[in-house]
Design a protein around this ligand. Structure first.
Ligand SMILES: [Zn+2]
Ligand SMILES: [Zn+2]
Length: 182
């Protein structure tokens, strides 16, 4: 298990990037963080990435969408902080969300802290010069015939009222797995 942080991104290079190039570099950084997660969780899905978060939050692991959202304005103003801390922070949520029993874990609880410290070699801080985000609870995990699906609380509530979702890949109905068994 790697305990040194991801290699620092050259500061001058980072400062000089256009917005478009900055987003491209951020995607590479997300990929580096994801590759590191694969060392301990080889089947962790690759997250989608969007730069569409607004307001005071820097980032968000969004299970309903299947990826990570980042705030492009805060990214632009806090480039090094994003590359050093915010991206690994959100990737740590992404990893923990996929663990068995994820719904029993607090968003910034022991499991998330362990990933930050022991996988990314970072202090497990939740405060920063800006809000990293409002932490979200873990998703509801469902299974089909081929994979695990993460449903938002809203969709989960619809299922409990009788709504059915099917897997796009294997066409089987999704079944809730409260303890993430298997
Ligand atoms: Zn967080
Ligand atoms: Zn399936």
């Amino acid at each position: 298990m790697g305990v040194s942080p991801l290699p620092p991104w050259p500061q001058e290079e980072l400062a000089a990037l256009s917005s478009e190039a900055l987003h491209k570099a951020a995607l590479e950084r997300v990929d580096e963080a994801w590759q590191r997660c694969l060392e301990v969780y080889p089947t962790l899905p690759r997250p989608g990435v969007w730069f569409d978060l607004k307001g005071a939050s820097a980032g968000q692991a969004h299970m309903g969408r299947g990826g990570l959202r980042f705030n492009p304005i805060l990214l632009d103003d806090n480039r090094a902080a994003f590359f050093d801390d915010v991206i690994p922070h959100e990737m740590a949520h992404w990893l923990v969300f996929h663990l068995d029993n994820a719904r029993r874990f607090k968003p910034h609880g022991r499991e998330w802290q362990t990933v930050m410290r022991d996988l990314f070699g970072l202090p497990a801080r939740v405060t920063h010069c800006f809000d990293v985000h409002k932490a979200q609870p873990a998703p509801y995990l469902y299974r089909c015939g081929c994979r695990t699906h993460a449903l938002t609380p809203r969709r989960h509530a619809l299922v409990s009222k009788g709504r059915r979702y099917r897997c796009r890949h294997c066409r089987k109905s999704l079944v809730h797995t409260p303890d993430g068994t298997g």
